[in-house]
Write a protein that binds this ligand. Structure first.
Ligand code: 13P
Length: 255
């Protein structure tokens, strides 16, 4: 019984234009064998979603956006809404990525509003959390994670349930794009704390079904050890998802 089917997700950030996105989806799709027993997801930039969709769909690759606005429509120049993402073929949306939090000053409350809006639009949120190096060194990792969880999921806490399929991603800021991965034990410690928090707040059933991904310098040569930890249910990959070969090396971590 696989209660939490592993997910290997690629966050393409602000890389890949339309042509590169299509080529990358095609190359990943060509390398899938069909027996992976993992969910494969990619998150291209907004402009490339609808063009990438048919290629992704054929290969049963899930499609996510990297961000969204909390309103469904309106005078919000430059923003993209949940219904627009659904129409473009997305099933998932990444929310509260550390780059959104740190560069664009997104708060837990913003992420909370977006997560609610995602659920209303029928999109599955992938809610990102993670501490900075300074916070880790000050011994504040768990406090920061709890604060981010409570703030980013506050509307769901009030309702007492997480929308079906909701995914969390633990991405320590110091491990993103630095080549410095959390050790499997460091990641497991935090994933276990997240799992306990979910159990306390939402009960065992929700906690047991909620996938918690790890992100931060995941590569083909460290994926196997990360995935051997009991509370790591998949990964959110940045740099190594931009080349089909390395992404497939991660997808095929069981060999
Ligand atoms: P890297 O894999 O490049 O460290 O990026 C991780 C990330 O931010 C995924 O969302």
């Amino acid at each position: 019984m696989i209660e939490r089917r592993p997910m290997i997700a690629g966050n393409w950030k602000m890389y890949t234009d339309i042509f590169e996105s299509v080529n990358l989806v095609k190359a990943v799709s060509a390398g899938l064998r069909g027996d992976e027993e993992v969910d494969v997801l990619v998150a291209p930039p907004f402009t490339n979603l609808s063009v990438a969709k048919p290629f992704a769909e054929n290969a049963r690759i899930l499609l996510a956006a990297q961000n969204m606005h909390w309103e469904e429509s309106g005078a919000f120049t430059g923003e993209i809404s949940g219904p627009m993402l659904r129409a473009a073929g997305c099933t998932h949306v990444i929310l509260g990525h550390s780059e959104r939090r740190h560069i664009f000053r997104e708060t837990d409350e913003d992420v909370n509003r977006k997560a609610q809006a995602a659920a209303r639009s029928g999109l599955i949120p992938i809610v990102c959390i993670g501490e900075t190096l300074e916070e880790r060194e000050a011994g504040k990792t768990f406090a920061v994670i709890e604060r981010q969880l409570a703030g980013s999921l506050s509307a769901f806490l009030v309702g007492g349930d997480l929308p079906a399929g909701t995914i969390l991603a633990y991405e320590p800021v110091w491990a993103i794009g630095t080549g410095r991965t959390a050790t499997p034990a460091q990641a497991q410690d935090v994933h276990q704390a997240i799992r306990s928090w979910l159990t306390e707040r939402f009960g065992g059933a929700v906690s047991g079904r909620t996938r918690v991904l790890y992100g931060g310098s995941v590569k083909p040569d460290n994926i196997t050890d990360l995935m051997s930890e009991p509370d790591i249910d998949g990964v959110l990959v940045g740099g190594a998802s931009l080349k089909a070969e390395s992404f497939l090396g991660i997808v095929h971590y069981r060999k």
